[in-house]
Design a protein around this ligand. Sequence first.
Ligand code: SF4
Ligand code: SF4
Length: 281
Amino acid sequence: MGRKTEMSIGHDFRPKVVGFLCNWCCYGGADLAGVSRFQYPPFIRVVRLMCSGRVDLSFIFRSFMDGADAVFIGGCHINDCHYNTEGNYDALSMTHLCKKLLERAGIDPKRLRLEWVSAGEGIRFAEVMKDFGKEIKKLGPLGAGEGVSREELQRRINEVVRLIPYIKLAKREKLALHDPDEARYESLYSKEEIDALFRDAPSYYIDPAKCQACMICFKKCPVEAIDGGKNRIHVIDQGKCIKCGTCFEACPPRFNAVAKIIGDSIPEAIPEGQRTIVRKK
Ligand code: SF4
Ligand code: SF4
């Protein structure tokens, strides 16, 4: 009975694949496949972008969070990018980093695929889609295929998503690598390195005894994670903080009120009713 159910799920499973396609190459390839009536499974939901380099780590995790079983990125062949920035190198490095992050979250990295498809390669687009569709069908629905509940998966994805701005900052040099030797990217990110990212991610805390409510950090925080105001001790909302370190850099040395904490727990925030600073006359 169990086997029958398993088999029928496999047979009926229609994967949801989000496809980020570059306007100049892969989208043209997909279009050509369509007008030439090359057959491929109709699983892909296309998001057309000007360049594969525009695909952000957060797009991929958001796709999985919103129910995709797989994500496909299609760009121009290496050295064929239509922009001087050669965005497909960025896509290449980002994809390898993302695969490692997916592994950490317990998601099979084969659910993410990057391919180069030119506008003249309609047949190749259809072949890649057929092959990817087959592979994802084999893996099964996201979560069920990994043996992880939907809730647990969301929790793990959230853990990664919260750190994406920090990860991009910490790995900015590797993310900007432009090396025509694609094999180099295979080993660009190690598991140990990814574990260290999560283990050593800093937290920032404002010492209420030192904060002078100058509001510099409040104005500079890029995500409005600091609660503050005139004559108010400032407090960081840890749930919103993206660990960019701007407040740490911006707090004037004479106050030195922002602490960077690694590995230790963050002290409780000072209660709302005790945040007013009473200045001596
Ligand atoms: S580390 Fe960055 S995001 Fe976090 S509170 Fe400071 S400025 Fe805001
Ligand atoms: S910059 Fe420093 S002193 Fe000024 S409000 Fe922020 S934490 Fe307080």
